[in-house]
Design a protein around this ligand. Structure first.
Ligand SMILES: Cc1cc2nc3c(=O)[nH]c(=O)nc-3n(C[C@H](O)[C@H](O)[C@H](O)COP(=O)(O)O)c2cc1C
Length: 192
């Protein structure tokens, strides 16, 4: 079966820097024969976690919204590319809502509802920021990466696209190649 990589764009802009960056990574994977799909938060109705803990008791999230289709897509994926713009020095609100909802599916090993089949899923995190200086937010990025590792994702890469205030990401040929190369690496690692 073809290697399956999905992307989730947590920017409200469907044609923005984050969507483009995710797309380049997925196209890199597609160059090696991967099947790919990108989901845009702006097309989806994904509501905040209610903290009802029904998922801990029943194993599934009870909120009937579009996150249900993402749970299935995630389960079937070999690799996942999660992209967010930096908003107020953190992931976007849309990315946070999405991440909270992962609690139902990918709970940490210390939780009694831990589900073995989700362990070790490959993840590339990609953030885009207006500020040209990556080091300004590096502590936050590293913290966020470690949070996804606690969720038992196998974080293959974390890519930071800087300086989108003065230059759109898609104007940068070197960046395009770096993102595609990360996608190729992801596909070759997973299938190998
Ligand atoms: C509400 C808001 C908050 C932002 N906060 C930051 C920030 O704290 N630091 C930064 O470098 N850029 C910040 N930006 C700029 C975005 O991170 C940047 O333009 C990003 O590439 C947008 O991604 P998009 O084109 O996919 O929407 C902010 C933008 C918005 C709209």
């Amino acid at each position: 079966m073809a290697y399956n990589a999905i992307g989730f764009n947590a920017s409200p802009r469907k044609n923005g820097n984050t969507a483009w960056s995710i797309q380049q990574i997925l196209e890199g994977s597609a160059e090696l024969g991967a099947k790919t799909q990108i989901y845009h938060t702006s097309n989806l109705d994904i509501n905040p976690c209610r903290g009802c803990l029904s998922c801990v008791k029943g194993g599934v999230c009870v909120i009937a919204d579009d996150m249900q289709q993402i749970y299935i897509a995630l389960k079937e994926a070999d690799a996942f590319v999660l992209g967010s713009p930096l908003y107020m020095a953190q992931m976007s609100g849309q990315a946070k809502v999405f991440t909270d909802r992962l609690f139902a599916q990918i709970t940490p090993r210390f939780s009694p509802s831990f589900k073995e089949e989700n362990a070790g899923k490959k993840l590339i995190l990609v953030f885009t920021q207006g500020n040209p200086d990556q080091s300004r937010f590096q502590a936050y990025y590293e913290y966020t990466k470690s949070m996804f590792q606690v969720l038992e994702f196998d974080v293959e890469d974390m890519l930071i696209v800087t300086g989108t205030r003065s230059e759109q990401a898609n104007e940068n040929a070197e960046l395009r190649e770096a993102l595609r190369s990360a996608g190729r690496k992801l596909a070759s690692r997973t299938s190998g």
